[in-house]
Design a protein around this ligand. Sequence first.
Ligand SMILES: [Zn+2]
Length: 365
Amino acid sequence: MTQQPRLIFDIHLDLSFNAVDFNRDLRWTQERIRRRELGMTDHVFRTRNTVCFPEMRRGRIGLCVATQLARTVDYFARMPGWASPPQAWAHTQAQLAWYREMEDCGELLQIRDRAGLDRHLTAWLEAPIEATPPRLPIGYILSLEGADSLVTLGHLERSYAEGLRAVGPVHYGPGVHGMGTDAEGPLTPRGRELLREMERLGIILDATHLCDESFRDALDHFSGPVWASHSNCRALANWNRQFNDDQIRELIGRGAVIGMAFDAIMMVHGWTHNRSKPQDFQLRIEKICEHIDHVCQLAGNARHVCIGSDLDGGFGTEQGPLDLDSIADLGKLGPLLAGRGYSQADIDGFFYGNVVGFLRRALPA
Ligand SMILES: [Zn+2]
């Protein structure tokens, strides 16, 4: 078995989306979840999940950023989505209720501030590596992927009180606050208001999913902390879901960390959704090292990369690297990066240190 790193901080998981939308009990083993889905035909990713709490502990993913996720869509849109912001808000509150249940049974621990982050970090770093998997709760920071569900700006303040610390204003297509992946156009006036309110509250802007024009607009109208929770390089996977070099340079200039994602469609050129297979590309985990190298070359250092795996973002092993069957396989990146000349300090930074440094600046005391 691969030597696991001491700790991995994954800054993009859609845990509650899996629990609430797909009825997966993440306390179960991966095999138990898969077996329950045998014969289910509602989604191609059934029986192919890679994320659950036992696998996170086995891979020492002791910290993550976990989303609430519910977008709205226009009346005639073909994409799935909620009919209106109140509908979407109610759904995000069901997702929040699930996080609270998981806290009550000791699976998760919500991180809201610097002190909480440091306490949790120490607990995981001191948990003996031989005792893997450690019986510690998994720390999570609450984030909102796509902000359509915020019926009013008052809803953002309510969410902040519940621990929300990062917001991505848009998701796929046109949104209430701006234009997301595969759409075009600037932020809406409401989107600019949202950014002002995020700035006032001290909420991190997640630049992931902003289309190019909305990205430009958002960075021009926001002076708080920015990260990209799950975004790869357009130079290596040509689609506006990924960032071009100028955008990556700009994020680096703003002190961002960029979470590398393991969705095949974001890793290679030419993936066709619902048609391509990982075998067609001989896609392996190592491919992500090219994205990591690319960001590090643009930065001139290794301090702006981290993991934002997205491994439970509506796909499974059918759309991921061939040598990744579980989120615990992320640990294989340690030897891969060492083989490419990254120092142990760089690798620790990539696995958790870069994000921790960012959050020590971005979270309230
Ligand atoms: Zn996403």
